[in-house]
Design a protein around this ligand. Structure first.
Ligand code: F6P
Length: 538
């Protein structure tokens, strides 16, 4: 029997929230938001300060959202996640990424501790140059070949912590099956001083296997087969397949099915991070995430940052008609954070059925997008300010930089705060008119121009600040979003840990590839046949 009772739309809170929206929709954020009245402007946890005072909510709305979360079983479901219970029901698995960042003293999984020792040994040996390549050559470059969760997390993290990557080999990332991706990375490298790291939980992903084959061919053009084990290592839960591919069994670090790909940067998939910044930095990243886990596990829903961010998402998507949400890091080093969040959020919550398979009766995950400020200000921010869509924004703001250029950092922070203020307050037509007075324009011209210059404001935004972008603060930030995604899935009663939709494209590409490469036996549709013909006739 399908358990439609789990749908949030069947709760009294859903109807109440719809009424609250109707009641308050004509108010401005400044009129409505009374969260700072109780000193509640910023909630601090795990090194992050989250300012909710520019959201389109008041205490009454927040209380109702919190009641909705509790009715959906939020505290129990948080416990289930943290305890490693089988929260991924369609694949009969836990999603126990929080176990990967427990302190050593609390670690109960022996295999996690052992793997962390292997990560440390490998990273140390590469950084202190005791791992040598063919002909005793120093390894100067490591190329991570992986895609999705086996790429985006380590790539984003290495970029974000680039100020710490001064020692050790240079780490590169290749994900795309487009041959130009690998080719451009290998262009400047030498096989004897390069280590190829094949990252694939399944060891079954076409893009990764094809790139790994090309990289192996490239290595073998310059080094003997007998030295290959000095240049190829792998991270995978499919050890058998990795060995069959030709990776030395001693060079394979394990992964487990209880860690989802997009939640895996804390596992051996994070090896490139440990190589780039050293194992101590990697451990600090885990510790920061663990501090956020503790907050998520223990703070009451009304003060629980991941829960509150998830509830705001539900409010905006389901009651305020928002279709997308922007993430704007005011840190160039966090430029890849929106890309990372796209997989984390949309692969997790881009779902249309409840956990029991019954159809979801409301909208779920919004589109996530964004890029680093201030660059976006000179591009898409126009739409955030004056477009017709309501797009809630998260500003990510490290207050201080690793650079000594304090004045430029102050400009960066000023721009972030100004964007937040502009989105909230906007500019009235009256004040635009006043600004134009004395410009020499006629009254009619002023009136016309003022309507273009006016900005509606009332665009909700949250400032997520930290002192500096350290491994610990980054760990907390990533864990904050991981848990936000899970908390939203709890409210919507969807499975955040499977990704069946991704499979269809993979299935369909196999016969098309066969047709493109000479097998004309496969029958297909007219459009695909047209393009196959165009490709094969070249
Ligand atoms: O195609 C999507 C996906 O399944 C992601 O969930 C995963 O992170 C990625 O592919 C890579 O998978 P693997 O690590 O098994 O190669």
């Amino acid at each position: 029997m399908r358990n439609v009772k789990a749908s949030p739309t069947n709760t009294p809170h859903w109807q109440k929230l719809a009424k609250l929206h109707a009641q308050y929709q004509s108010q401005s954020i400044e009129q409505l938001n009374d969260l700072s009245a109780n000193g509640g402007q910023c909630i601090d946890a795990a090194g992050l300060s989250v300012d909710l005072s520019r959201n389109f909510v008041n205490q009454v709305i927040v209380d109702e959202l919190v009641a909705l979360a509790k009715t959906q079983g939020m505290p129990e479901k948080i416990n289930q996640l943290i305890a490693g219970e089988e929260v991924n029901n369609t694949e009969a698995r836990a999603a126990h990424h929080t176990a990967l960042r427990l302190p050593d003293s609390a670690q109960t999984r022996a295999d996690v501790g052992e793997t962390q020792q292997k990560i440390k040994a490998l990273a140390d040996n590469l950084r202190n140059k005791s791992w040598r390549g063919s002909n005793d050559t120093e390894i100067t470059d490591v190329v991570n070949i992986g895609i999705g969760g086996s790429d985006l997390g380590p790539r984003m993290t290495c970029n974000a912590l680039s100020s710490m990557t001064t020692d050790g080999p240079k780490v590169h990332f290749v994900a795309n099956i487009d041959p130009r991706d690998l080719e451009t990375v290998l262009q400047g490298l030498k096989p004897a001083s390069t280590l190829i790291l094949i990252s694939s939980k399944s060891f079954n992903t076409t893009e990764t296997l094809e790139n790994a084959l090309s990289a192996r061919r490239w290595l073998l053009e310059a080094i003997p087969q007998s030295d290959l084990s000095k240049h190829v290592i792998a991270v995978s839960s499919n050890v058998e397949k990795a060995v069959a591919f030709g990776v030395d069994a001693d060079n394979i670090l394990p992964m487990w099915d209880w860690v989802g790909g997009r939640y895996s940067l804390w596992s051996a998939i994070g090896l490139p991070i440990a190589i780039a910044i050293g194992y101590e930095g990697f451990r600090e990243l885990l510790d920061g995430a663990h501090a956020m886990d503790e907050h998520f596990a223990t703070a009451p829903v009304e003060n629980n940052l991941p829960c509150l961010l998830a509830l705001l998402e539900v409010w905006y998507v389901n009651f305020c008609n928002a279709h997308s949400s922007a993430v704007l890091p005011y840190s160039h080093e966090l430029g890849l954070f929106p890309d990372y969040l796209q997989q984390l959020t949309m692969e997790s919550n881009g779902k249309q059925v409840h956990k029991d398979g019954s159809p979801v009766l409301s909208r779920t995950c919004p589109t996530i997008w964004g890029s680093a400020g201030t660059i976006g200000q000179h591009s898409f921010h126009q739409l955030l300010h004056q477009g017709t869509e309501l797009i809630p924004v998260d500003f990510i703001l490290p207050l201080h930089s690793h650079s000594d250029e304090h004045s430029k950092q102050a400009h960066l922070v000023a721009n972030c705060l100004a964007q937040s203020k502009a989105l909230t307050e906007g500019k009235s037509e009256a004040s635009a008119t006043q600004e134009l007075a004395g410009s020499g324009l006629s009254d009619a011209a002023i009136a016309e121009l003022a309507s273009h210059k006016a900005s509606p404001g009332n665009r909700p935004n949250t400032i997520i600040a930290m002192d500096k972008l350290t491994p610990s603060n980054l760990g907390a930030l990533v864990a904050l979003y991981e848990h936000k995604v899970y908390a939203a899935s709890v409210v919507w009663d969807i499975n955040a840990f499977d990704q069946w939709g991704v499979e269809l494209g993979k299935q369909l590409s196999t016969p098309i590839f066969a047709a493109l490469t000479g097998d004309d036996s496969a029958s297909t549709d007219k459009t695909t046949a047209f393009w196959i013909k165009r490709f094969t006739q070249q």
